[in-house]
Design a protein around this ligand. Structure first.
Ligand SMILES: Cc1ncc(COP(=O)(O)O)c(C=O)c1O
Length: 488
C-alpha cells in the first residue's frame, strides 16, 4: 500500500482511535482529581521551540508523543481550578460528536452537503427560539462564534432598518448609521460596527449604572446626541450578560424604547442565554422575547466545545437580510426563503462545521433540565463565593454577581505598629498587586484566573464555568492568592 492509502487504513485508525480516547479519559480522570497544573505555563518562545517547524519529508510516525506533549502543554479546562475565560469544559459526549463531525466533514452550506446535520441544526434552533419565548415564525442559524454571530445579527438589522439598500450601495449609500451600545459590550460588537463601515462612532455609547447595566433612561439622550452628530441610529445592542462583570441589561425597558423609536433590538446573550433554562434565573432575561435578534453561545454556558453559536431572529424572514446575496452555483432558487434547508444563505461561512450535531446529541441524551441545572449550580456558586469575599477582611467584591462571573480584588488592610489599620495602598500599587498575584498563581499552575479593569481599578475575575469547582476550591483560590501576595 502506498503512503496515501496507508494514511486511511481503517484498522490503524481503529487502534489509534482507542488509544487517543484512552489518553483523553486518563486526562479527564486526572483533571477531576485536581492533579496537574491548570495552565502549564511556558514562555511563548520556549513553547515555540517545543513545536518547531522542522517537518520530515518522509513519514516519521510519533503521533502519540505529539498528543502527549499537546495534552501536557495545553490549558486544562476540565481542571476544577480553571476559573478563567468563559469557555466550557466540554462534555465528553459533545467532544466525541465533534470528532465524528470532523471525520464526516459535511460542509453545511447546502442541504446536500449535510442533510442530517442540517435537520439537527434546524431542530436545535427551533428549540432555542421556543425557550426564549419567540413566536411561531422565529428561526435562525448556527455559526462559528459569538463574534460572527453578532456581526450577522447587525447585518440583518442594517438591511431592515437603514432605510436604504446598504448591502448593495455600501455604507456611503445613505446616512451614517449607528447602533446604541454600552461600553460594556463585547469588543466584537464595536468591531462589527467598524467592519460595516460605520467608523468608530458606529457603536454609539450609552452610559451604564453602578452595576454596569445599560441605563435605559439614558437612551433618549444618546439617541438625540447621535442624531445631532449626523447619525441615524438603527439598533440598540443589549448585553445579556456583559463579558467583564456578567451584568444583565434591562431588556424590557430597552425593548420599550426600541418599540417607541422603531429600532432593532439585538440581545448579545452569548453568555447568558442559557439562563432561560434555569427556573431560578430565567427572570434575568425578562424581555428577551421582544428582541429582534439574539446571540446564544452554546460553547459558553452549555458545555459545548467551541464553537457553537446560534443567531436567532424573532421573525425568521429577517435572517435572509444579513447576506442578501445570491450565489447561483450553490443555491438553485431565486428566493432563498424557498430553500430554508440551504443554511449557507444566512451565514458568514460557506463551508461550516456540523455544529448542531453535538448540541442535538447532548440535548437528546442528557435532556434539557440538565443544562438548566448546570446554570443554576454555576450562578448559585458565584453568589456564595461573593458572600465569602464579603466576609473576608482582605478581599473586596467589585459588585454583586448576577451570573457566574465574579470580580474581586485582594485589598489587605495595612496595619500600623499599634495594630490599627492605616491608609490603603495607592491605586497604582493595588493594581500592580492584582496583576502580580494573578500572574504568580497562573504561572504556578495552581489556578487559572483572569483580570478586568473597572473604574475603581484592576480586578481579578473568575468565571465559574467548570462543573467541578466547589466552594472549598474557591476558598483554596483565596488562600493561593494570599500566599502569592506574601511571596514577593
Ligand atoms: C457577551 C459576549 N459576546 C460575544 C463574545 C464573543 O464570542 P466568541 O468568543 O464566541 O466569538 C463573548 C466572549 O466572551 C461575550 O462574552
Amino acid at each position: 500500500m502506498d503512503t496515501l492509502q496507508n494514511a486511511y487504513d481503517p484498522e490503524a485508525f481503529r487502534a489509534l482511535g482507542y488509544r487517543v480516547v484512552d489518553a483523553l479519559a486518563d486526562y479527564l480522570e486526572r483533571a477531576r482529581r485536581g492533579e496537574g497544573p491548570v495552565l502549564p505555563w511556558t514562555a511563548p518562545k520556549d513553547q515555540a521551540e517545543r513545536f518547531p517547524a522542522d517537518f520530515p519529508a518522509k513519514p516519521a510516525g510519533g503521533f502519540e508523543h505529539l498528543l502527549k506533549e499537546t495534552l501536557e502543554h495545553s490549558t486544562n479546562l476540565h481542571h476544577p481550578h480553571f476559573v478563567g475565560h468563559q469557555v466550557a469544559a466540554p462534555l465528553p459526549l459533545a467532544a466525541l460528536c465533534d470528532f465524528a463531525a470532523a471525520f464526516l466533514n459535511n460542509g453545511m452550506a447546502v442541504y446536500e452537503m449535510g442533510p442530517a446535520a442540517t435537520a439537527m441544526e434546524q431542530a436545535v434552533v427551533k428549540w432555542m427560539c421556543g425557550r426564549l419565548g419567540f413566536p411561531a415564525g422565529a428561526g435562525g442559524i448556527l455559526t462559528s462564534g459569538g463574534s460572527p454571530g453578532n456581526l450577522t445579527a447587525l447585518l440583518a438589522a442594517r438591511q431592515v432598518k437603514a432605510g436604504f439598500d446598504a448591502w448593495e450601495a455600501g455604507a456611503s449609500g445613505g446616512p451614517q448609521l449607528c447602533a446604541l451600545v454600552s461600553g460594556e459590550a463585547h469588543y466584537c460588537v464595536k468591531r462589527a460596527a467598524q467592519m460595516m463601515g460605520w467608523g468608530k462612532d458606529g457603536a454609539w455609547p450609552v452610559p451604564v449604572d453602578a452595576h454596569f447595566r445599560m441605563k435605559a433612561d439614558a437612551l433618549p439622550q444618546a439617541f438625540a446626541q447621535a442624531v445631532a452628530a449626523g447619525r441615524k441610529p438603527i439598533a440598540v445592542v443589549a448585553n445579556a450578560c456583559s463579558t467583564s462583570t456578567g451584568s444583565f441589561d434591562p431588556l424590557e425597558e430597552i425593548a420599550a424604547f426600541c418599540a417607541e423609536r422603531g429600532l432593532w433590538l439585538h440581545a448579545d446573550a452569548a453568555h447568558g442565554a442559557p439562563a432561560i433554562l434555569s427556573p431560578q434565573y430565567r427572570g434575568l432575561l425578562r424581555g428577551i422575547e421582544r428582541a429582534d435578534s439574539v446571540v446564544w453561545d452554546a460553547h459558553k454556558m452549555m458545555l459545548m466545545p467551541a464553537l457553537a453559536t446560534a443567531v436567532l431572529f424573532r421573525d425568521e424572514r429577517n435572517a435572509y437580510h444579513a447576506f442578501a446575496q445570491h450565489a447561483s452555483y450553490l443555491f438553485a432558487e431565486k428566493k432563498p426563503e424557498a430553500e430554508a434547508h440551504n443554511l449557507g444563505t444566512r451565514t458568514l461561512e460557506c463551508t461550516k462545521r456540523m455544529i448542531g450535531f453535538k448540541l442535538y446529541a447532548a440535548l437528546s441524551v442528557f435532556g434539557t433540565d440538565f443544562f438548566g441545572a448546570y446554570v443554576t449550580r454555576s450562578f448559585d456558586l458565584a453568589k456564595r463565593f461573593a458572600e465569602t469575599l464579603k466576609a473576608a477582611p482582605d478581599f473586596e467584591l467589585a459588585l454583586e454577581p448576577e451570573a457566574n462571573i465574579v470580580c474581586f480584588r485582594y485589598a489587605p488592610k495595612v496595619a500600623g505598629a499599634d495594630g490599627r489599620a492605616f491608609g490603603a495602598p495607592t491605586p497604582e500599587a493595588l493594581d500592580a498587586l492584582q496583576a502580580r498575584i494573578r500572574r504568580s498563581v497562573n504561572e504556578r499552575g495552581t489556578f487559572y484566573l483572569v483580570q478586568t479593569r473597572l473604574p475603581a481599578g484592576l480586578f481579578l475575575r473568575a468565571a465559574l464555568m467548570n462543573p467541578f469547582i466547589t466552594d472549598a476550591g474557591l476558598g483554596e483560590l483565596l488562600d493561593a492568592l494570599r500566599a502569592a501576595a506574601r511571596t514577593p
